[in-house]
Design a binder for this molecule. Structure first.
Ligand SMILES: [Zn+2]
Length: 442
């Protein structure tokens, strides 16, 4: 093959899964050089400029045999070693050190990307905008080699990324590197040194892609060096609901940029469906719900379950029940008829709280009782103690032959909350009047 330079070891052709027929490569080269041709029934008619006619025996128009391997006399062969292809490849080379193309299918404008991104989101009562977007072109390299497969000449394309690394078949497909088109005006600038570095990287990748047994074997020279300009997009989406905005950055190859989930700042949830709370925080719609007490739209994580009603309500409308320890709406508290503490209705039975109903017998040396008796020495005259405790108080009861005594004291300060007595067989507790208290306690 004439494209292969003579060398001591035989030059090798890199392997590639990206093949193209010579005819398609010729069609591409003609389009790239803006040489207009008219193709019908496998024959392309190409007008030649005056300057080029001498190469083709003075013909003004060539009939290129694109389908017929054995062209008749008036037709020109598109064999890679023939005079037409030699001329065509020469024209490509004189056009510059590389020809510049871009994928046929890639978003060229910000609008193409934003439409795709916007479609990924739902914003209840608001909108998604583009809060800035930049498109940057990155040079990929396509090296095209002639190869012989089953006695037929084909073109193998090898792709190198802008950073000099090889491009996987999948990425080449996804970025549209396999279907390229000329850049009609002003391709992005790539200085000579950068192009040289990229081509050198390409030659290295090509050598690695060759299945030569001889590690010193050189790869053949490429037929054409093409720079494929691939667009990268970066920017941010802006979600607006009422007065509030939230942002989501994006970045990637323009052809591949997909909507990414929005990560809510407050709940940490990720979502494609955004909404706002009543106080104007943007979050995942799944995380926003209604407080069943106030009707306010708030974050799910801010709600607690009322122990009495089972309603999901904002914590600020509740207090913790000292007996159950569970949050309860403030108007679902009532006073226990025995200890006179405010407790949630859920722990009351016949107006007596669970702490008062379920008292445990204790010995007189129980440290809690020792502590209470230390503060209220008069109580030491009583025996047969029972005790229970809530989060706030100790409830202690003593029995004697004729009377019973109930004392409720603060767990921290031991100050008296309530003092009552009752008859031995009565279930009614009678509060001890203030002036009678000292008699019992001192
Ligand atoms: Zn009670």
């Amino acid at each position: 093959m004439s494209t292969s330079p003579p060398s001591t070891s035989e030059a090798v052709v890199p392997e590639s899964n990206h093949r193209e027929s010579v005819v398609d490569f010729v069609r591409w080269a003609l389009a790239q050089l803006q040489l207009e041709f008219d193709e019908q029934a496998g024959i392309a008619r190409l007008r030649l400029s005056e300057a080029d006619r001498s190469i083709f025996d003075g013909q003004a128009e060539l009939q290129l045999a694109l389908q017929n391997n054995v062209p008749d006399k008036q037709q020109e062969s598109v064999d890679l070693n023939g005079r037409f292809c030699t001329w065509l490849l020469g024209r490509l080379k004189t056009a510059g050190p590389a020809v510049h193309v871009r994928p046929q299918e890639q978003p060229l404008a910000v609008n193409n990307i934003s439409a795709r991104l916007f479609a990924g989101y739902r914003v209840d009562g608001g909108q998604v905008h583009l809060g800035g977007c930049q498109m940057t072109d990155f040079p990929f390299l396509r090296l095209s080699f002639a190869a012989s497969e089953n006695g037929e000449t084909v073109i193998r394309h090898l792709f190198v990324a802008h950073d000099g690394t090889s491009v996987t078949d999948q990425l080449a497909q996804e970025l549209g590197l396999l279907k390229v088109e000329p850049i009609p005006k002003f391709p992005p600038r790539l200085d000579k040194a950068a192009l040289k570095t990229l081509v050198a990287a390409g030659r290295r990748v090509a050598a690695q892609s060759s299945t030569s047994r001889d590690p010193s074997a050189a790869t053949i020279d490429p037929l054409a060096v093409t720079v494929v300009w691939v667009k990268q997009a970066s920017g941010q989406l802006q979600f607006t609901i009422g007065e509030t905005t939230a942002h989501l950055p994006f970045s990637g190859w323009a052809a591949l940029v997909e909507p990414q989930p929005f990560i809510a700042q407050h709940s940490g949830a990720s979502t494609f469906h955004l909404a706002a709370t009543d106080d104007g925080r943007i979050d995942a719609v799944e995380e926003i719900t209604t407080c069943e007490h106030s009707g306010r739209r708030v974050l799910r994580q801010e709600l607690v379950t009322c122990s009495v009603t089972g309603k999901q309500v904002l914590e600020e409308f509740t207090e913790l029940c000292p007996v159950s320890g569970r949050p309860t709406l403030v108007d679902e508290f009532a006073e226990c008829a025995t200890c006179r503490e405010r407790v949630s209705r859920s722990v009351l039975e016949h107006d007596v709280c669970m702490a008062c109903r379920e008292m445990a017998k204790i010995k007189k040396d129980d440290p809690r009782l020792v502590w209470i008796l230390g503060e209220h020495a008069g109580l030491d005259r009583w025996n047969r103690w029972q005790l229970s405790e809530t989060q706030n108080v100790y409830i202690a009861r003593a029995d004697s032959l004729l009377k019973r005594l109930l004392v409720v004291v603060d767990k921290e300060t031991l100050s008296l909350h309530h003092l009552a007595t009752s008859g031995r067989l009565s279930s009614v507790w009678i509060p001890v009047a203030d002036q009678a208290r000292d008699e019992l306690l001192k």
